[in-house]
Design a protein around this ligand. Structure first.
Ligand SMILES: [Zn+2]
Length: 355
């Protein structure tokens, strides 16, 4: 039987384990061992192997046994809870070393804009985006880039960017023990997706990671350097794309999905929350854009999940309070996201035109 794997760093953070403010690299992390009263970061956590080991008390194991030991559960119970995503809902206590204060929107925009300009989009990622229905100019306009997995290239980009900007307090960047600027990345690589506000400023970057098939690891995550020296965490930014003079908006989950849906629907206004549970972040955007009607287009496959039902109710309550009209949209369940639906529609129409 194939077992699901869980990100040991995420699991440890959700359990309140305190990480050293200085991290050597994105694979080997050090933290305070929760089993022996250690204060000097003797606990080593390996992100790739999903293993932990304390050099003080010799406690060791994987993400499941770590969760089980701290929560007082059997490994079987722990596995079940992790599989159900319980750990993500445990509030994360503040790290002992506070993060750098996050830099302003304009500062972040300037850094991320130049950062993306220095990066490339590889063929595989371009093809992936094209298969989703985006054309060459749209892919360029949305500024998608491949996460740099080549160490030398990454170093060149970081050196160039550090020459132009102070990167402390920009989510995703941090300093190593020598004070040199580093960036968060995963060796599997993936695509950077800019998350923009209603004026088009880049607030932060989301990563769509090339997680191997069959792995339970999260595909989408923020470009963030929380708990790293000089680093800071990303916020749950809301992404806006399309015609912002429109008073009707389409609400979905995830910036990439919103971009594609917008491109395939002649530039309609799309607002994307980073996750269904982040609907409360919509408040300001709805006010600023003076939205009067909202079409909800969350993924079809998730709607039966209780947490999604809850989130949809919360969305309706928020809209009711604001006097905004609401319309829930459904479509063929075989097409997961609204972007898939738009793509299928576009293909249908072009087939009709060709006939
Ligand atoms: Zn220990």
């Amino acid at each position: 039987m194939e077992y699901a794997k869980f990100d040991i760093i995420e699991v440890a953070k959700s359990l309140g384990i305190r990480f050293s403010p200085v991290q050597k690299n994105p694979v080997e992390f050090t933290a305070q061992c929760p089993f022996c009263g250690d204060k000097k970061y003797h606990l080593g956590l390996n992100h790739e192997k999903e293993q932990f080991h304390c050099f003080r008390c010799s406690e060791k194991g994987n993400s499941v046994s770590l969760y089980a030991k701290i929560r007082g559960l059997s490994n079987k119970e722990a596995y079940k809870e992790l599989k159900n995503g319980f750990y993500a809902q445990i509030p994360i206590p503040l790290a002992e070393e506070p993060d750098m204060p996050i830099r302003s929107l304009k500062e972040r925009h300037n850094v991320y804009y130049d950062f993306l300009e220095l990066l490339h989009l590889n063929k595989k990622h371009y093809q992936n985006l094209a298969n989703r229905g985006l054309n060459f100019s749209e892919i360029r306009r949305f500024k998608y880039r491949s996460i740099p997995t080549d160490a030398k290239f990454r170093r060149r980009v970081l050196d160039e960017l550090s020459r132009r900007y102070d990167l402390d307090g920009i989510p995703g960047f941090y300093r190593d023990e020598t004070g040199k600027m580093q960036m968060y990345y995963k060796s599997c690589g993936g695509i950077f997706i800019p998350v923009c506000n209603y004026e088009g400023y880049i607030q932060g970057l989301q990563m769509r990671l090339d997680i191997p098939k069959g792995s339970d690891e999260k595909k989408f995550r923020w470009f963030s350097s929380k708990n790293f020296n000089g680093g800071t965490g990303a916020k749950s930014w809301v992404h806006v794309v399309g015609d912002t003079t429109q008073k009707e908006a389409w609400i979905t989950e995830g910036a990439l999905k919103a971009d594609i849906s917008c491109a395939l629907s002649n530039g309609r206004l799309f607002i994307a929350v980073p996750g269904v549970n982040a609907v409360k972040m919509l408040n300001d955007v709805l006010d600023t854009l003076e939205i009067t009607k909202v079409y909800e287009v969350f993924d079809m496959d998730k709607r039966s999940k209780p947490e999604v039902k809850q989130a949809l109710l919360a969305l309706r309550r928020l809209l009711d309070e604001k006097g905004i009209k609401y319309s829930g949209c459904t479509w063929d369940e075989n097409l997961k996201g609204f972007d898939d639906y738009c793509l299928a529609k576009t293909k249908e129409i072009s087939q009709l035109l060709a006939a």
